[in-house]
Design a protein around this ligand. Structure first.
Ligand code: PXP
Length: 258
């Protein structure tokens, strides 16, 4: 438990996304660097779980990586997937601890925007049901809006992951006013998620600074971070990058917003 103003808050979990180790591997088509080795190192450095996104176009993580991750890591695997029958079959075969449903477009560079949980309600429902029946904890990657949270709750997903991309983008571009507005959306969404009984995670585009800031929202219990950590590890090593991230998160948690 982290203490802030005498109030104990739950520990914030760190999920490390190792997709971009696979991006570097695939640039040469061989087996190195091995994303499973990165996952093991991340866990040794303090990661609470590993996240991997098997995209439809297999641009980074490959099917065999998911199988090996499942066999060779001893912390929860969070399997990011699009709501397609092929991905559902793979999830049910490999049985990760959790599956995070994300929107996916072939032309995007990364996951742009959250799931359309309102318009896509009928499409998503059987996938959430199928995963739940398979004993896999489902999370929905959504925009920080009350409407999306209400739809996630109606879909009976136990967990939501709030998309922090717009906020991080505004912070990185020095657009202070927009950044403040985006952070306020995240803050209100995290509070609402807790009120309606949804476990709240967050991720996308986080670095040391933004992870410290978002850690101040006590309703958020897990951050999923990839690109920045893998990039930073080129300069300071994965172990040090994860230790710095852990310290930033703990520092934020010690200064929670009420
Ligand atoms: N969470 C989700 C649902 C994502 O799709 C991604 C990107 O794959 C992340 C977290 C991690 O984002 P980043 O790599 O920018 O840290």
């Amino acid at each position: 438990m982290a203490q802030s103003d005498g109030v104990a808050h739950s520990k914030l979990r760190l999920g490390v996304n190792i997709d971009h180790v696979a991006t570097v591997r695939n640039a040469r088509g061989g087996s190195l660097p091995d994303p499973v080795r990165a996952a093991q190192l991340a866990i040794a450095a303090g990661a609470d779980g590993i996240t991997a996104h098997l995209r439809e176009d297999r641009r980074h993580i490959l099917d065999a990586d998911i199988v090996r991750l499942r066999q060779l890591i001893d912390k929860p695997l969070n399997f990011e997937m699009a709501a397609t029958s092929q991905m559902l079959d793979i999830a049910l075969q490999t049985r990760p601890h959790a599956a995070c449903l994300v929107p996916e477009k072939r032309t995007e560079r990364t996951t742009e925007g959250g799931l359309d949980v309102v318009g896509g309600f009928a499409h998503l429902a059987p996938f959430i049901d199928g995963l739940r029946r398979g004993g896999i904890r489902v999370s929905l990657f959504i925009e920080p809006s009350i409407e999306a949270l209400e739809a996630a709750s109606a879909l009976k997903a136990p967990v939501v992951e709030l998309h922090t991309g717009s906020w991080c983008h505004a912070v990185a571009n020095g657009e202070q006013k927009l950044a403040d507005q985006e952070f306020e959306r995240l803050r209100k969404a995290a509070i609402h998620a807790e009120q309606i009984g949804l476990e709240c995670h967050a991720g996308h585009g986080l670095d040391f600074h933004t992870a410290r800031q978002i850690a101040r929202l006590p309703q958020i219990v897990e951050l999923n971070i990839g690109h920045f950590l893998i990039g930073e590890s080129i300069f300071i090593g994965l172990d040090a990058a994860i230790h710095h991230m852990r310290a930033a998160m703990d520092d934020g948690r010690a200064h929670c917003l009420s």
